[in-house]
Ligand binder design. Structure first.
Ligand code: COA
Length: 259
């Protein structure tokens, strides 16, 4: 039924696995659309009490938005990409009344880190790596990263990670509060499901209100996500963003000019 996802339901837990391991599970248009459909099922299927999102293969959770789709985008296209992703997936996860948890099994970069951060909380395997490397491409996070990273780890460290594009490992992510648990790779899903099994015994309406109110507590400026979409779009009209994506795809260092 899905081209890019594996979806299964067991013990009232829906497991959504992003399944493009040869591209490190990068989020292309199809993944975004299929995630949206899978999330609609989480919302509507009464057999599902909670969900986990993870990535296929040993190497990556999600290594970001699919950079090969960036080369054709101008400002309007960039803005539409960010808005569509936020509406169809990232905000839909955050606003779900059923808990959705990320089991981060490797690289969670760019849109991958943002996908994990849109989830209600995160667990990571020991080999997980987190980062917002968009500046390397002449871009910024466009799926909520400027807002949610700051909410989760505080302004100073969020600023450092987004300005340098540096990656952090799972243990540092735990120290910063970005993930709640670090486990060996082969027990990541078991530990995640152990927590969801506890949550699934609680009253669904209480769960729904905890999620809603905790989300309210975490939000700063209400229009932050919208401002991010606009800035992300504007960058696609710059020469540097074109150079950044081309350099990645050609496996070379970018030459930025400030234009
Ligand atoms: N978009 C599109 N393709 C991607 C991708 C992305 N975000 N991330 C990885 N891939 C592809 C690579 O192009 C490569 O494809 P190929 O085999 O057809 O050449 C494949 O996935 C494997 O990646 P590779 O770079 O060879 O693996 P690596 O172990 O050397 O490096 C990373 C791993 C994660 C450090 C590196 O892939 C990377 O920097 N990815 C981009 C991260 C990023 O900038 N994300 C934010 C996007 S806004």
């Amino acid at each position: 039924m899905y081209q890019t996802l594996l979806v299964s339901i067991e013990n009232n837990i829906c497991t959504i696995t992003i399944n493009r391991p040869d591209k490190l599970n990068a989020l292309n248009k199809t993944v975004i659309e299929e995630l949206s459909t899978a999330l609609d099922e989480v919302y509507s299927n009464t057999e599902i009490k909670s969900a986990v999102i993870t990535g296929a293969g040993p190497k990556a959770f999600v290594a970001g938005a699919d950079i090969s789709e960036f080369t054709a985008l101008n400002g309007e296209g960039g803005k539409a990409l960010a808005k569509k992703g936020q509406d169809l997936v990232f905000n839909k996860i955050e606003n779900s009344s059923k808990p959705i948890v990320a089991a981060v099994n490797g690289f969670a970069l760019g849109g991958g880190c943002e996908l994990a951060m849109a989830c209600h909380f995160r667990l990571a395997s020991e080999n997980a790596k987190f980062g917002q490397p968009e500046v390397n491409l002449g871009l910024i996070p466009g799926y909520g990263g400027t807002q949610r990273l700051t909410q989760l780890i505080g302004k100073g460290k969020a600023m450092e990670l987004m300005l340098t594009g540096n990656m952090i490992d799972a243990n540092e992510a735990k120290q910063l509060g970005l993930v709640n648990y670090v486990t060996p790779a082969d027990s990541l899903l078991d530990k995640t499901k152990e927590l969801l099994n506890i949550i699934n015994t609680k009253a669904p309406i209480a769960i729904k209100h905890v999620i809603k109110l905790t989300n309210i507590a975490a939000v700063g400026h209400e229009d932050g996500l919208q401002k991010e979409i606009e800035a992300f779009g504007e960058l696609f009209d710059t020469a540097d963003a074109k150079e950044g994506a081309a350099a990645f795809l050609e496996k070379r260092k970018p030459q930025f000019t400030g234009k």
